[in-house]
Design a protein around this ligand. Structure first.
Ligand SMILES: Cc1cc2nc3c(=O)[nH]c(=O)nc-3n(C[C@H](O)[C@H](O)[C@H](O)COP(=O)(O)OP(=O)(O)OC[C@H]3O[C@@H](n4cnc5c(N)ncnc54)[C@H](O)[C@@H]3O)c2cc1C
Length: 386
């Protein structure tokens, strides 16, 4: 038997849940298919917190962050839940940083987002918790915020369901066929679905599904690790006393003030080894934990001892830019991929993916196209730190 609907969304992490919500909100019939249970820990959208910020390395991303704040506010209004906790964001650039500060300064300036540049002394005056190398410059943007990962994803799923979307967990998609004018056929868990269009948000598993269309995207999956530290005096690390911060060098680290529990969460960006998302370990990587703990003990003394670590994976494009596009030659299939910095944009992805799938709006984001050189030129050299 073939089940018919307007759109099938494949993958119900943050991006797919947002797309299912947005399509259902616009009155379309939607089936969302997730291979594991909803809220599982094998993907990239679980755990407590993610960073939402204006500071980015290109004006286009900064403009997109303006949409992200707006879309999170819409989500808060629709759900009645508080999701955005503004704590301020501090990007820390040591002398001769691996990540150029100018890109951030000029991008924020061009879009007209206010920020402050602070010396080590000015940072110490405001946040005496930091102990930074001489010459470090802090770029402070006061709207830097924390959004909840697992809870935010769940809220989008609840809203999708409220608008009539049918979300099926334990439904691995095993086949995708483009039927041209007759739509798209999707096989999952013994069922067949026929729809007008598909939104594919399978992140690390994107290529498994795209194989049905004979397509592939050059993606690298890495196994990452975040660790929670317990300070002896958590009151010093509460949000009103400490911003979130990013160490803009190689290695690059980032961290959060206490959020929902008396711990500090910190991690390295792009520090992990390549991994197979189907066979990844949950064991703590002691060497990487030691590197992070050492960095924190030096730059944020008093942040305490590590109490737990968790693993999750990054799915990286060679240029670290998103994918948000129709599959060339298979225009009824739309792909969304967050390139390991997409959570802050999840509600925005949902809106833009729905625009693309329904044809409500033309594509306005060339940097995220599937036919860009970073995804089509085999000689393109990957660079992930931004
Ligand atoms: C440790 C860590 C920290 C991060 N920090 C930030 C941050 O601070 N700010 C930020 O903006 N971003 C951050 N990111 C990135 C962000 O979390 C991800 O880009 C985003 O969550 C990806 O969402 P997704 O829905 O695309 O992927 P996922 O959450 O992995 O969802 C993909 C889903 O597709 C399902 N699926 C796969 N194949 C199939 C199939 N065949 N059939 C059905 N379902 C299938 C999977 O089971 C999975 O549930 C971070 C990521 C990690 C891992």
């Amino acid at each position: 038997m073939v089940e018919r609907c307007d759109y099938v969304v494949i993958g119900l992490g943050a991006l797919g849940s947002a797309a299912a919500h947005e399509l259902a909100r616009r009155g379309h019939s939607v089936v969302g298919l997730e291979r594991f249970e909803l809220g599982h820990h094998r993907g990239a959208s679980h755990d407590t917190s993610r960073i939402l910020r204006h500071s980015y390395h290109t004006p286009d991303y900064v403009r997109l962050t303006q949409e992200a704040y707006h879309d999170w506010a819409r989500l808060e209004a629709a759900s009645g839940e508080s999701l955005v906790t503004v704590v301020g964001g501090l990007d820390l650039f040591p002398p001769d940083p691996a990540i150029p500060m100018d890109d951030y300064v000029t991008s924020l300036d061009e879009v007209g987002i206010p920020f402050e540049l602070l010396t080590v002394d000015a940072i110490a005056d405001r946040w005496p918790q930091f102990r930074l190398p001489p010459g470090t410059v802090g770029l402070f943007q006061d709207r830097g915020a924390i959004v909840p990962a697992g809870r935010g994803t769940r809220v989008m799923q609840q809203l999708a369901t409220r608008h009539g979307a049918v979300l099926r967990d334990r439904s691995p998609v095993s086949g995708l066929r483009d039927l041209g004018a007759a739509g798209v056929e999707v096989e999952a868990g013994g069922a067949t679905y026929r729809c007008r269009g598909v939104v594919l948000c399978a992140d690390a598993w994107t290529n498994d599904v795209l194989a049905g269309l004979g397509q592939t995207v050059p993606l690298t999956v890495t196994l990452e690790q975040a660790t929670y530290f317990a300070p002896e005096d958590p009151s010093r690390f509460e949000p009103r006393r400490l911003p979130l911060w990013i160490w803009m060098d190689e290695p690059s680290f980032y961290g959060f003030p206490c959020y929902g529990e008396p711990t500090i969460k910190a991690a390295q960006d792009c520090g992990g080894p390549e991994a197979d998302p189907d066979h990844r370990t949950d064991e703590v990587d002691r060497a990487r934990l030691a590197l992070l703990a050492d960095h924190l003990a030096t730059t944020l003394p008093g942040s305490g001892r590590p109490v737990r670590s968790l693993r999750c994976h990054y799915t990286l494009t060679p240029d670290r830019d998103f994918v948000l596009d129709r599959v060339p030659g298979h225009e009824s299939v739309v792909v969304g991929l967050g390139a390991a910095h997409g959570f802050k944009f999840a509600p925005t992805f949902g809106r833009l993916l729905a625009d693309l799938a329904t044809g409500d709006r033309a594509h306005e984001l060339p940097a995220f196209r599937l036919d860009r050189p970073a995804l089509t030129d085999p000689a393109y050299a990957p660079h992930w730190l931004v």
